[in-house]
Design a protein around this ligand. Structure first.
Ligand code: FES
Ligand code: FES
Length: 153
């Protein structure tokens, strides 16, 4: 199918199998390799991207579902609060989970800002519950997510 999709604010036209995973579209077809593949079955969050501002596991989304939509990957502009917070908190080791964590953190932070509420550490824990990390430990990650959400708020 012909697929027209806005990726990181750039309109892209692709010829893809309608069931091709969005993860493969961004990583392979568009060369945006910052989005990672972990489990490949919706369990780890490493492949998280935003579709119209909503965080999704791109390994579970077929290309046909993003026709005409706006996809945001870790390469997009505007992740400075999250990147800075993860750096300052030392919230990464191997880095495989980090793009997904940062994208999910942005979705969490934007939601808090839209709702006009001050986020808590428990809010951050709930928001990032679907994103798994095997090596850093969640303390630093949750502190980073909370710091970024507070900065955006
Ligand atoms: S690779 Fe998509 S959720 Fe794990
Ligand atoms: S930093 Fe290695 S899996 Fe999270």
């Amino acid at each position: 199918m012909k697929l027209v999709v806005h990726v990181n604010a750039v309109e892209r036209e692709l010829d893809v199998d309608p069931l091709r995973r969005l993860l493969d579209v961004v990583r392979v077809d568009l060369g945006l390799a910052g989005t990672k593949e972990g489990c490949g079955e919706g369990e780890c969050g490493a492949c998280t991207v935003l579709v119209d501002g909503v965080a999704v596991n791109s390994c579970l989304v077929p290309a046909c579902q993003v026709e005409g939509r706006h996809v945001t990957t870790i390469e997009a502009a505007g992740f400075e609060p999250e990147r800075r917070a993860f750096l300052e908190e030392g919230a990464a080791q191997c880095g495989i989970c980090s793009p997904g964590m940062i994208v999910m953190t942005r979705a969490f932070a934007e939601l808090c800002r839209a709702q006009g509420r001050v986020p808590t550490l428990e809010d951050a824990r709930v928001a990032l519950a679907g994103n798994l990390c095997r090596c850093t430990g969640y303390g630093a990650i949750l502190r980073a997510a909370l710091a970024a959400a507070k900065e955006r708020a």
